[in-house]
Design a protein. Sequence first.
Length: 242
Amino acid sequence: MRWKVPAGVLVALAFFIPAAPAVAQTEAPGLNEACQTVERKVYKDIRELVTIDLDTATDLQVRVLTADILAAAMADSLIVLPPAIQERLKGTPDDLRAFLKTGMQNAWSTDLRINVVRTLTGAGANVEAATQTVLKNGTIDTYLAYLNDGLYAARAADCASQPTPTPTSQPTPTPSATPSATTSVASTPASSASPGAPGGEGGGLPVTGADAATVAGIGGAILLLGGAGYLIGRRRRSRFVA
């Protein structure tokens, strides 16, 4: 019973520890699958945390080590190792020692392999080739080397091989000329009355020139013919009476 309280405390502490290792593991930026610069994810080598002899260490030392491993696993967002550790913390010290010797590395290796497979999403030719090589090897050292360095080198090669998109030049729309306001010039209406015509609006102009002489000559001839006719008719009437 005395181990149940320390085990619960160690699990609780593990939730507050991950922030420190995560900050310490940051390295130079890398490229993601979309060739965008991102913060490089660095996976902790959990084996470096095992600095005690599991056979001779005290139960308390084993549980403190377990809490450190749990914190590192949670900082790396692993999905298999953390629940496996929490389950072993509920058991006896001997069960925990046995897990740290063999079961811990098996669960951790599974987590690393899962993360390697995830890098195939949206991967280019170089990343795919590197991933297949790593999966065939199947060792923790290979997984860590790929996830921490090989993946970013392969992505850089894929991004460098992509053709640079040529910006399509779009013709600048020519602004249509704004039609200027057309000034309607009111045409002066022609007078319906012909020049010189009597009764026209505003009066006609007097007839002059050759047309006036012709009209005057015709009028004079008519008067002479009328006068001659009047005299002849009068003479005939006088003779008939006499």
